[in-house]
Write a protein that binds this ligand. Structure first.
Ligand SMILES: C[S@@+](CC[C@H](N)C(=O)[O-])C[C@H]1O[C@@H](n2cnc3c(N)ncnc32)[C@H](O)[C@@H]1O
Length: 237
């Protein structure tokens, strides 16, 4: 693999928690990932009963799969990434006792070596804002290719409509080259690739570390101001 942008961050990768404002909102990267993982488990309860396959595209150090497994998900996990260094971290950080280490695959640009139509679920979390705009259609196409008919795709991204998000991203070293994208851009990109059924939720209105405020987050999911959004897309059968 040729060197990728995230190879330089791999050994110390903590999801941008070196930013002091982000650290005020939550004291570990897992608290931020946990918001997405809980949302996903509510939408895909079958992840806990086993028998589903999940691809985490741009899995980085494997944090989303690891946090899902820690919350009881027992899917057949596969992660892919363009950075060999991040894939090495994903293998190294996988905890004993969380089930088998995910299958890990190297991307060649947007492409993966994975067979077409093999995943029930695909996730792509905090990746697209690192992908150059001209390459994003190839990522949408690849996600659609590897999903089964009727498979579900979940795109999690930072929400540029939230001013605090824009402030933090502009001051976080791993985001030096980031180009944030609105949920409407994701929806249009996906619909150009396939005739998905699409829904959007907004997440993370409250600091993720404060469990008693989670009900407020769920009540506000319609409001396009959360720090994150989730675009859920079902592939036609
Ligand atoms: C901010 S990290 C997020 C990692 C992980 N998804 C998470 O939520 O913790 C972004 C990841 O996207 C990966 N990536 C995958 N495909 C990419 C592409 N075409 N261009 C840039 N980065 C890409 C990077 O290598 C990196 O591991």
């Amino acid at each position: 693999m040729k060197p990728a942008e995230f190879d330089q961050h791999a050994a110390t990768y903590d999801g941008g928690l070196d930013n002091p404002i982000k650290r005020m909102m939550g004291n570990s990267a897992d608290q931020f990932i946990g918001v997405k993982a809980r949302w996903l488990l509510r939408h895909e309860p079958g992840l806990k009963t086993g028998g589903l396959s999940l691809l985490d595209y741009g899995c980085g150090a494997g944090d989303l799969m690891r946090v899902l497994a820690g919350m009881g998900a027992r899917a057949a996990f596969t992660g892919c990434d363009i950075s060999g260094g991040m894939l090495e971290e994903a293998a190294r950080r996988w905890p004993a006792g969380s089930g088998p280490v995910p299958t890990l695959a190297a991307q060649d640009g947007a492409s993966t070596p994975l067979a077409a139509g093999q995943f029930d679920i695909a996730t792509i979390s905090a990746v697209l804002h690192h992908v150059p705009v001209a390459e994003r259609p190839a990522v949408y196409a690849e996600l659609g290719r590897v999903l089964k008919p009727g498979g579900r795709l979940y795109v999690f991204e930072h929400n540029p409509r939230n001013p605090l998000v824009r402030y933090v991203i502009a001051r976080t070293p791993i985001d030096a080259n980031a180009l944030l994208l609105d949920a409407s851009e994701v929806r249009h990109g996906l619909l150009a690739a396939a005739r998905y059924e699409i829904e959007t939720d907004y997440l993370m209105f409250m600091p993720p570390g404060i469990a008693m405020l989670r009900g407020i987050d769920r009540a506000l999911a319609w409001l396009p101001l959360g720090a994150q959004y989730a675009v859920a897309a079902r592939k036609p059968i």
